[in-house]
Design a protein around this ligand. Structure first.
Ligand code: FES
Length: 122
């Protein structure tokens, strides 16, 4: 976007994603999943993924692909980015469950038993 149209707006850059000087969970996942090759596209990918996960805590692969549209990567493809999003969602869910174990207990239905005909829970 032209810089003039951002006048008066809060501007966040990829450097602003770090927490206490450490890369964010998204940045770490992107590196871990092999998305960083030449690095040209990575700031935009990270900003897009952060924005996506702020509004949608568990995007489907299609939603992630739609969010990434327009972020072009000529090196690594997009599989690693999709894997990174999946990893971050799983990490955040695990962190939330660990932080509030009673909330995780609330969604359990302890009296259900596996039904013999469906191979799963009744
Ligand atoms: Fe090189 Fe994406 S890592 S363009």
């Amino acid at each position: 976007m032209p810089a003039a149209t951002a006048a008066g707006s809060e501007v966040r850059t990829v450097e602003g994603l770090a927490v206490d000087g450490e890369p964010s969970d998204v940045q770490r996942a992107m590196a871990r999943c092999g998305t960083v090759q030449c690095g040209f596209c990575i700031p935009g990918m990270c900003m897009t993924v952060h924005d996506l996960l702020e509004g949608n805590h568990a995007p489907t692969e299609l939603e992630t692909r739609q969010a990434l549209a327009g972020n072009l990567c000529r090196c690594s493809g997009y599989r690693g980015v999709l894997d990174a999003v999946r990893d971050v969602v799983a990490e955040r869910e695990a962190g939330a469950a660990a932080a509030a174990p009673e909330a995780a207990d609330e969604i359990r239905v302890p009296h259900q038993i596996p039904h013999p005909h469906d191979g799963g829970m009744a």
